[in-house]
Design a protein around this ligand. Structure first.
Ligand code: ADP
Ligand code: ADP
Length: 233
């Protein structure tokens, strides 16, 4: 069964014109799909729907064969923890009071699995290239790239079956981009996880994902046009 299945998803904000209309997408274990398209076309919205952070107006979201049983704070923990998310702006996603080490371990503490996952947190910190000195710092004492490294490690801590990277590298330099893409690739191969990567840099996405779906807002679909990997390949 697919890791993620969106069926005829229509979504938007504040009862205005929908941002996504009738979008369908299927993502299997180990598959990597890129979402591209100009700014404002709905990539982040789709990413948030898939991450159970935004409730669609219509359509269904299934994770590992089970319908989403809630969105945002209503999403049940077992579905929420099946998905890891990294956003474009790490500062908006990081508690400024936490050291990077504590930030990476946050999901373990939140799920009552801290001692058990402490070694994994340390291994991930090393994998994303954070030295012990950096791990002791707080967000305002590190660069965007260093903070994003921590955010990626945090997203991988609970071994998500689906990883969503929403413009993860948009604010990063080439070296940090390459390092983080490599960590994601290793994780996907090792765990057979599914990857949904949204970004405006189609060249990077194509190298990274092989399959890229263009979500340019015209993939509106009155008779159920599907946005699927074939459509963008
Ligand atoms: P992309 O990620 O492709 O840039 P988004 O999904 O962020 O696209 O945005 C799609 C459209 O939805 C844009 O017109 C944007 O202004 C609007 N939008 C995004 N987030 C919100 C929000 N929280 N409230 C209202 N409108 C939003
Ligand atoms: P991106 O293109 O990466 O989504 P944006 O600058 O469009 O970045 O959006 C950044 C944040 O602002 C997102 O959380 C989004 O939901 C919110 N946002 C975007 N457009 C609007 C909007 N028209 N009204 C309210 N919030 C918005």
């Amino acid at each position: 069964e697919p890791v993620l299945e969106l069926r005829s998803v229509t979504a938007g904000y504040h009862r205005r014109t929908p941002v996504l209309r009738g979008v369908s997408l299927t993502l299997g274990a180990g598959e990597a799909v890129g979402l591209s398209g100009p700014s404002g076309c709905g990539k982040s919205t789709l990413a948030r729907v898939a991450a159970l952070l935004h409730r669609p107006w219509e359509g269904t979201v299934r994770l590992e064969g089970r319908p989403a049983r809630g969105f945002r704070f209503r999403a049940p923990r077992e579905q929420r923890t099946a998905v890891g998310v990294v956003f474009q702006q790490p500062r908006l996603a990081a508690d400024p009071r936490l050291t990077l080490a504590a930030l990476i371990a946050e999901p373990a503490r939140a799920t009552g699995r801290y001692p058990e996952l402490a070694d994994r947190a340390a291994a991930l910190a090393e994998a994303v290239g954070l030295s012990p000195g950096l791990l002791a710092r707080r967000p305002h004492q590190v660069s965007d790239g260093q903070l994003q490294r921590a955010c990626l490690a945090r997203a991988l801590l609970l071994r998500p079956r689906l990883l969503i990277c929403d413009e993860m590298t948009a604010m990063l330099d080439a070296a940090t981009t390459a390092a983080l893409v490599a960590v994601v690739e290793d994780y996907r191969r090792e765990h057979g996880a599914a990857l949904l990567a949204a970004g405006h840099d189609r060249v990077l996405l194509r190298r990274w994902c092989g399959t890229v779906v263009d979500l340019d807002g015209t993939v509106v679909d009155p008779d159920g046009t599907r946005v699927d990997p074939e459509a963008g390949a």
